[in-house]
Design a binder for this molecule. Structure first.
Ligand code: BES
Ligand code: MN
Ligand code: ZN
Length: 508
């Protein structure tokens, strides 16, 4: 993790190994940078021209200087172009923070003093800018290196960054932003670590155990049902998916209760398939390579609960994580089998690889029956179709409730955890009808849109509850080109769920 502190300016006097300055495209130097340049490197402006650095997004110009006989690095970090409102988009700042951290890591520099741009440059509050800096920088520092045995091949993840702020800045807001940002950053990197962990080292029992640990550490109520209870309760979906595996499936439930009376209750439901082979409808080898990530929805929900337990919003939140392996074996569910869910509905399992909706169905039905939530959001690596439709940068959002869509889009915009809405038009409903049961688990090919037909399957289990579905199949893993992500897990949806709950009772 990164330790952030405030330092009094000026940067020219800083003892840190490196200094960092953010520069927007074609914009003049800040006062601090001018002073550093005047004292240590008068040719700085000409040098930056020479190396073609003019503040481009994603670009970092490292400059080695000597201060009192000691080496020091100046990082000039590009913020990119100013937008039509004459501001810098906060996402450009997130990426610039990520680029800076990566530049530090690749040079084995673990400390830096940075010139924090004024929040007005982004048209935002000091609180928000500090929070987003901490989150994006900390996310950039993350690596999954548990199994890298050669120390030389590991990057430094423990960094320290001192922020020099202008006299006009609100110190209390900055402190709060750093504190809150750190809580979010710690949780999201924990989520990413779970998702990146190899599938035989993170079984359903272990995932449920991690949910339990979060509850113990942060004061939430936890309940974990095992496979015997799950089957006895009539959760035929979760039971059917788990039938081929030696591992016990689990349903983990975390509850956060606000002290406020008459507060609304929101339910989060996260898909927790710790490995998806496809089952008897087995996947081709290459499609299976990243299927350890199929519990990213459940992980995002547990991470969000860890944050919300500390932030304490004025809403009750129930988190449900159905978790299982999906494997073929002599005891596995077969294509053509018919199963019965917790709410009594039945489905023909035409394709055992459409397993996510089967475990979510039971959890959604359980949440509706036992908690009667005012709103419900599920999050799942549900369909390859969604990943192909939207690509890696957007989570698919499906809902028939415009109010839910607006709330989620607002949270996405605030956090940079982006969503794109797909049409949940009732014309698609017929795609999940079956001849021999109430539903069929694989959408009829005539209707093509696999992400949407999957959502209609889930809809059969939410009754009248306002509900939205987030498909993170494309956004949870291996998102390219974004400086604060790495090759593996992104933590998609976690920041979004936190912002959604925090803003729930605020008027729009
Ligand atoms: N876990 C997969 C979806 C997925 C694909 C996630 C790629 C991440 C990356 C899911 O269980 C699945 O296999 N879905 C099938 C559904 C089909 C059989 C109806 C799919 O998308 O092919
Ligand atoms: Mn599958
Ligand atoms: Zn799956």
């Amino acid at each position: 993790m990164i330790t952030f502190r405030f330092a009094s300016c000026c940067l020219a006097e800083s003892k840190a190994l490196s200094l960092a300055f953010f520069i927007a495209s074609e914009q003049p130097f800040s006062k601090e940078l001018e002073e550093v340049s005047r004292r240590y490197f008068p040719a700085l402006e000409a040098y930056l021209k020479q190396v073609d650095f003019s503040g481009q997004q994603g670009k970092v110009a490292p400059i080695a200087i000597s201060v009192n006989g000691q080496p020091k690095t100046i990082f000039c970090v590009g913020l990119g172009k100013i937008n039509k409102h004459n501001k810098i988009d906060i996402e450009q700042f997130r990426r610039a923070c990520g680029s800076l951290v990566r530049a530090m890591q690749s040079r084995k520099i673990d400390a830096c003093s940075l010139d924090l741009p004024a929040a007005t440059l982004f048209g935002q509050s000091d609180y928000y800018v500090a929070e987003q800096m901490v989150i994006s920088a900390s996310m950039a520092a993350y690596r999954f290196d548990d199994f890298i045995s050669d120390q030389k091949n590991k990057v430094r993840k423990e960094l320290s960054i001192d922020c020099c702020v202008s006299a006009h800045a609100n110190r209390q807001e900055l402190e709060d932003g750093i504190a809150h940002g750190s809580i979010i950053a710690q949780a999201i990197n924990k989520v990413r670590h779970w998702v990146d962990t190899p599938p035989s080292r993170l079984t359903p029992a272990m995932l449920a155990g991690y949910a339990q640990d979060v509850a113990n550490e942060f004061g939430l109520k936890a309940t974990v049902f095992g496979e015997k209870e799950i089957v006895a309760m009539g959760m035929g979906g979760l039971g059917a998916v788990s039938a081929g595996s030696h591992e016990d499936c689990k349903l983990a439930i975390l509850e956060y209760r606000t002290a406020k009376n008459d507060a609304p209750t929101i339910a989060f439901v996260g898909k927790g398939i710790t490995f998806d082979s496809g089952g008897l409808s087995i996947k081709p080898a290459t499609a299976m390579e990243t299927m350890k990530d199929d519990m990213a929805g459940a992980a995002a929900v547990i991470g969000a609960m860890q944050v919300l337990a500390q932030f304490k919003p004025d809403v009750n939140i129930i988190a449900l994580m159905p978790t299982s392996e999906n494997l073929p074996s002599g005891t596995a569910t077969k294509p053509g089998d018919v199963i019965r869910f917790y709410n009594g509905k039945t489905a023909e399992v035409k394709n055992t690889d459409a397993e996510g909706r089967l475990i979510l169905a039971d959890a959604l039905a359980y949440a509706v029956k036992h908690y009667k939530p005012d709103a419900m959001i599920d999050i799942a690596t549900l369909t390859g179709a969604c990943s192909y439709a939207l690509g890696p940068f957007f989570t698919g959002l499906m809902t028939q409730h415009d109010d839910m869509a607006q709330r989620i889009e607002k949270a996405a915009q605030l956090t940079g955890d982006r969503v794109w809405r797909l049409p949940m038009d009732n014309d698609f409903k017929a795609a999940v009808r079956a001849d021999v049961a109430d539903l069929c688990n694989s959408g009829n090919a005539k209707y093509r849109a696999g992400a949407i037909t999957a959502a209609f399957f889930l809809q059969a289990f939410v009754d009248e509850t306002p509900w939205a579905h987030l498909d993170i199949a494309g956004s949870a893993f291996a998102v390219p080109d974004i400086s604060y992500y790495d090759t593996g897990a992104t933590g998609a949806g976690m920041r979004l769920l936190v912002a959604l709950a925090m803003n729930w009772t605020k008027t729009k």
